[in-house]
Design a protein around this ligand. Structure first.
Ligand code: PLP
Length: 391
């Protein structure tokens, strides 16, 4: 297919639910991507948070190749090895827990919502936060504290109360005898890289303990090393009752996971929840390869080091260009808040071969692969400065 044929096939045959950039990618390796004309790009927003290992990591490729030749799929009423190994591995890196396997972030959050309602035995209200993002299925959308995603899809499932982020008094006022859980992202990704304060999170934990509520931490974007620890909650000295994962866990393949603290892990029993494809052999092997790569290649310490370096460089830009109001984030997850809309900056970076993102209109988002290098960061900063100084 030629370039124009691809564009017209999309136009003719695919629902237009995505705002698209007119480029056709054909190949990726690490932080680099190539388009159909063999133009090279530096990807500083790989897969919207999926690409923590960059593109086509060799360990993921060989695990998937090996498994796909042996057994591609086995339904969840039988046993297979990769699922057992992955669940055990996750418990090892987190806390005493049991997991539920699914295919996406939204599906993991739906699971958390359903489990909470069962746990509540009549209590069903979940407190969520302004500017949060939990996915596009109806309950996850109802949990999402951004009207723009909900408009036109009402009525949404009941039982969600949205309050101000980082405001513990607002949470206290929202708790009622119907409340069963509090659900949050420790760093709001789509909402503009808003970091939860330590006091706020320990305050939430305290409320949960006092009122017998579940603390649900959505680590779909912050998990798998993104913030310099394997999971973001590990920065906060708390343990969630439920954690949800997806994006980077499968190394580019679709997976979702709900991790449930041991004490409440019998809330859902046989027949109460399911997902046909959840935790299939191929995806579990891919996820095991991701966790292995993070350990063997010391990617958490690289994330901390490169994160510090990138932050310093971004602060230098901030001090030079008043257009940049604030730089915030953790590990290799950064938001650059501008005084203007970021769309044209993203477009100009793209033209110069640098892929970044803009969220919440005015916040540029950079989340390079965890194995990025100083050289790549220097190049990205060079392009970004070039663009910003001409904006
Ligand atoms: C992307 C995202 C989701 C939704 O994940 P999908 O796999 O697209 O359903 C949920 N929560 C957070 C924090 C996310 O960043």
């Amino acid at each position: 297919m030629k370039k124009e044929e691809v564009f017209s096939a999309y136009k003719e045959y695919i629902l237009p639910t995505y705002t698209k950039v007119p480029v056709i990618f054909t190949k990726g390796k690490g932080s680099r991507l190539w388009d159909i004309q063999n133009k090279e790009y530096l990807d500083f927003f790989p897969g919207w948070g999926v690409g923590n290992l960059g593109h086509c990591h060799p360990k993921v490729i060989s695990a998937v190749r090996d498994q796909i030749g042996k057994l591609i799929f086995i339904p969840n009423n039988y046993y297979h090895l990769p699922q057992a190994k992955l669940a055990k591995e996750i418990a090892y890196w987190t806390y005493p827990s049991k997991v539920f396997f699914c295919n996406s972030g939204a599906e993991a959050n739906e699971g958390a919502i359903k489990l909470s309602r069962k746990f509540g035995k009549g209590r069903y209200e979940i407190i969520t936060f302004e500017n949060s993002f939990h996915g596009r299925t109806l309950a996850a959308l109802a949990a999402t504290g951004q009207k723009k995603y909900q408009n036109g899809f009402e009525p949404l499932p009941e039982g969600f109360k949205t309050v101000k982020f980082n405001d513990i008094e607002a949470v206290k006022n929202a708790v009622s005898d119907k409340t069963v859980a509090i659900m949050l992202e420790l760093i709001q990704g789509e909402g503009g890289i808003n970091v939860a304060s330590k006091e706020f999170v320990s305050g939430l934990k305290k409320i949960c303990e006092e009122k017998n509520l579940l603390l649900i931490v959505d680590e779909v974007q912050t998990g798998i090393g993104r913030t310099g620890k394997l999971f973001c909650y590990q920065h906060y000295g708390i343990i969630p009752d439920i954690m949800t994962l997806a994006k980077a866990l499968g190394g580019g393949l679709p997976i979702g996971m709900m991790i449930v603290k041991k004490e409440i892990s019998d809330t859902l029993g046989p027949g109460m929840h399911a997902s046909t494809f959840g935790g299939g052999p191929v995806i579990c092997r891919a996820a095991l390869a991701v966790l292995k790569a993070i350990q063997e290649e010391k990617l958490l310490s690289n994330t901390q080091k490169m994160g510090d370096y990138l932050f310093t460089k971004l602060m230098e830009l901030k001090n030079k260009y008043p257009l940049i109001k604030e730089v915030r984030g953790m590990g290799l997850m950064f938001g650059i808040e501008l005084s203007v809309e970021g769309k044209s900056i993203v477009e100009k970076c793209f033209e110069r071969g640098l892929l970044i993102n803009c969220t919440h209109d005015k916040v540029l988002r950079v989340m390079p692969a965890l194995n990025t290098t100083k050289k790549e960061i220097d190049k990205a900063i060079w392009v970004l400065e070039n663009v910003i100084s001409n904006s």
